[in-house]
Design a protein around this ligand. Structure first.
Ligand SMILES: Cc1ncc(COP(=O)(O)O)c(C=O)c1O
Length: 383
């Protein structure tokens, strides 16, 4: 039987993610549109985003925060192209985004001393194999497999290399110890439900030291350049963005940050997201057709919650039929208006992915579970 109760908000996409509860375009009425981002007022807004982000995430005072072009990808590319090449590199890749960084390092930057440490979807590479005498590039949370690193114990305090971390689907929902990392990147459209296209780049003093003492042998386009004449371009970290940001997106990012503060800051954001994961785990526990893609409960993401279908009817299908069946489940729910964008990522094993970040209400996920059961039954019954 088709369920009756519906999620109030059907947005469970893993990016752009659900706007915060209660968001409406009214949140943007004070946006500094039509004004220069370099005006006093424009710079003040940008600075406010940086300052509130610093406070919320507990970024140490001696770390820099900059807003950079091209979203998280832009921030990561900037970091990799500016910092890598001095030391050997260990790259951890256990899903699509980590694999993307590994491809850049090996095929575009063409560094020779690279160890790509991989794992299948659902697992993590051996973190204790990482050599901290080298630079290490990794994602905190693998958005397309729903596997996150279990904490920061494996990161050496006395490392020689830099810890370069793509944390876009982790920050604001997980305790990411920025003080134990050298580069942290993210974009606004994830956990706080902001808008796309702007990247945030956080640099440790050691990363800044690398930038000012090492010049990579390849050319860097303006959009990647963090130094001039061997010195850090300080302005980037003081609201003088490299190029023009959207003041509408800046306003929206501020709205997300203010909301986060109003509910209790990072501890409450993490609590909300973990509660979402717990709700999904409870449903998975009582549902025989579905299981987590992440094999180890200790590595399970509380944001991009990836599920595999384990029903013998489904697993007996050919790979393409499996992908089609999972997509049908997602399409049925989209047509019903109860869940948008929940098919697994195109390169991940066929299944479902539910975003459980802090803007998602647990009650909306709980309202969705009967619909998932219904849609799966419909698709299976049609065969
Ligand atoms: C782990 C990870 N890295 C990078 C990206 C790309 O982010 P953006 O679109 O902000 O560049 C994503 C997007 O989902 C992601 O999840």
């Amino acid at each position: 039987m088709k369920p009756i109760a519906r999620p109030r908000n059907p947005c469970f996409s893993s990016g752009p993610c659900a706007k915060r509860p209660g968001w409406s375009p009214d949140a943007l009425t004070q946006a500094l549109v039509g004004r220069s981002h370099r005006s006093k007022a424009g710079r003040a807004r940008i600075k406010e985003v940086m300052d509130r982000s610093r406070a919320l995430l507990g970024v140490p005072d001696d770390y820099r925060i900059g807003i950079v072009p091209a979203s998280d990808t832009g921030a990561m590319e900037m970091a990799m192209w500016s910092l890598l090449g001095l030391l050997g590199v260990d790259v951890l890749a256990w899903e699509s985004f980590g694999q993307g960084w590994a491809t850049d390092i090996t095929k575009q930057l063409r560094l020779s001393d690279v160890r790509v440490m991989t794992a299948e979807y659902g697992s993590l590479p051996e973190l204790n194999q990482v050599d901290w005498k080298r630079d290490v590039v990794f994602t905190w949370n693998g958005t397309t497999s729903g596997v996150r690193v279990p904490g920061a114990d494996w990161i050496a305090e006395d490392r020689r290399g830099l810890a370069i971390c793509d944390a876009t689907s982790a920050v604001f929902a997980m305790n990411v110890p920025v003080d134990k990392l050298d580069v942290v990147t993210y974009s606004w459209q994830k956990v706080l439900g902001g808008e796309g296209q702007h990247g945030v780049l956080i640099l440790s003093p050691r990363a800044v030291e690398r930038l000012t003492t090492y010049q990579p042998p390849w050319p860097l386009p303006k959009i990647f350049r963090l130094t001039k004449g061997g010195a850090l371009i300080d302005g980037i970290f003081q609201a003088d963005t490299i190029n023009t940001p959207s003041m509408l997106c800046v306003e929206d990012a501020l709205d997300g940050l203010v909301w986060a503060e109003s509910i209790g800051g990072l501890p409450e954001l993490v609590r909300r997201s973990e509660a979402n994961l717990a709700a999904v785990a409870s449903w998975v526990g009582r549902t025989d057709w579905v299981d987590f893609l992440a094999a180890d409960p200790g590595n399970r993401s509380c944001t991009s919650i990836c599920l595999k279908i384990v029903d013998p009817w489904f697993t007996a299908l050919a790979v393409e039929e499996r992908a089609q069946a999972a997509k049908k489940v997602a399409s049925l729910l989209e047509a019903e208006g109860v869940a948008f964008d929940i098919a697994s990522y195109r390169e991940a094993p066929p299944g479902l992915r539910l975003w459980g970040g802090a803007t998602v209400e647990r009650t909306d996920l709980e309202a969705l579970f009967p619909w998932l059961d219904w849609a799966y039954g419909e698709v299976k019954g049609q065969q």
